[in-house]
Design a protein around this ligand. Structure first.
Ligand SMILES: Cc1cc2nc3c(=O)[nH]c(=O)nc-3n(C[C@H](O)[C@H](O)[C@H](O)COP(=O)(O)OP(=O)(O)OC[C@H]3O[C@@H](n4cnc5c(N)ncnc54)[C@H](O)[C@@H]3O)c2cc1C
Length: 284
């Protein structure tokens, strides 16, 4: 059969979800599941690390979810990490392999990987922020020779709430990744740092002018992490963040995700600090 369309963007309407099949589900933590999703007709998502899709269940609703698999590993399918928080995400958690979801996107501006090549990369993830960062991390690791040091700082509430624990273990074993972990509430056997993510800055020394930092986590984390990164001397244009606002349409029309004049669904969710520092609401 002739292929009808090649990418989601070529679909008839930006508002029309494509029917996509869940091909695998795995439990990451008590609240988060990982979903492998396949689009119809062999259509490929063709995303950038940091972009998101709008995920829908007919009759329930639609929500923005970051693409957690890297473009370098998403050929005939892609992955989403979904935290169970409300109506839609609870229904998604009841779905099984073979069930269908609606997918629109990919939307937004991801991280400008081309500008990161040749630099040391300092990645700071808080909680669910590891979901979009994993896409970037795997992209970097799949062309590891193009980057300098790769330093990952990851903070979670407790060890059991850390996402992608098998992968953390793999990254930790690699000689070319520096992984630093912290939790707020340790449990028996935890031998790493205890404290908020900024506690980890005392463990690392970087060459600030040659370092790009990417920060993704809950809003409360940003002002503290940004302050420390600036103090270390990382240039404002080398500090990248992801701003999760209430994206609805995903295409800069409805205004739900507006920060001053910026539509975060289109101009972001990835922004450099240099681009966003003057936007009053951004870091609140
Ligand atoms: C760009 C972007 C990327 C995201 N990536 C992911 C991801 O990778 N994985 C994931 O699990 N979630 C992600 N989210 C958050 C996700 O969109 C919300 O958790 C989801 O919309 C909740 O839908 P619901 O119907 O289950 O909850 P609702 O019943 O609508 O709400 C339940 C609770 O979640 C809160 N909530 C609703 N919408 C949002 C939102 N947009 N951001 C934060 N809190 C919200 C509500 O205030 C309420 O407290 C992302 C959000 C954005 C904007």
């Amino acid at each position: 059969m002739a292929r009808l369309i090649d990418t989601v963007k070529e679909s008839e309407s930006i508002y029309m979800p494509l029917p996509a099949r869940i091909t695998a589900v795995s439990k990451l933590t008590e609240l988060e599941n990982l979903y492998t999703i396949k689009l119809p007709y062999g259509i490929r998502l063709r995303h950038e690390p940091g972009q998101f899709v709008q995920v829908s269940v007919f009759g329930v609703g639609e929500a923005p979810i970051s693409i957690t698999s890297s473009p370098s590993r998403s050929f005939d399918s892609f992955e989403l990490c979904v935290r169970r928080v409300g109506d839609l995400t609870n229904v998604i958690h009841s779905l099984k392999p073979g069930d269908m979801l609606g997918i629109r996107g990919p939307f937004g501006r991801g991280f400008p990987v081309d500008r990161f090549r040749g630099k040391d990369i300092l990645l700071c993830a808080g909680g669910l922020g590891m979901a979009p960062l994993r896409s970037l991390i795997d992209e970097i690791l799949d062309e590891r020779g193009n980057y300098g040091r790769v330093i990952i700082l990851y903070g979670a509430h407790s060890p059991a709430e850390m996402l992608f624990r098998d992968e953390l273990h793999e990254w930790d074993k690699r000689g070319d990744v520096e992984l630093h972990l912290t939790v707020d509430v340790p449990t028996r056997g935890w031998e790493r740092t205890v404290g908020v993510i900024t506690t980890l800055f005392s463990d690392i020394v970087v060459l600030p002018r040659n370092t790009v930092s990417v920060v993704v986590g809950p809003p409360v984390m940003y002002p503290f992490v940004i302050k420390d990164l600036l103090q270390i001397g990382i240039p404002k244009g080398n500090i990248w963040m992801s701003f999760e606002r209430r994206m609805k349409c995903g295409v800069g029309k409805c205004g739900h995700c507006q920060l001053n004049h910026l539509y975060t669904c289109q101009a972001g969710p990835a922004f450099s600090f240099a681009e966003i520092e003057w936007v009053e609401e951004a870091l609140k």
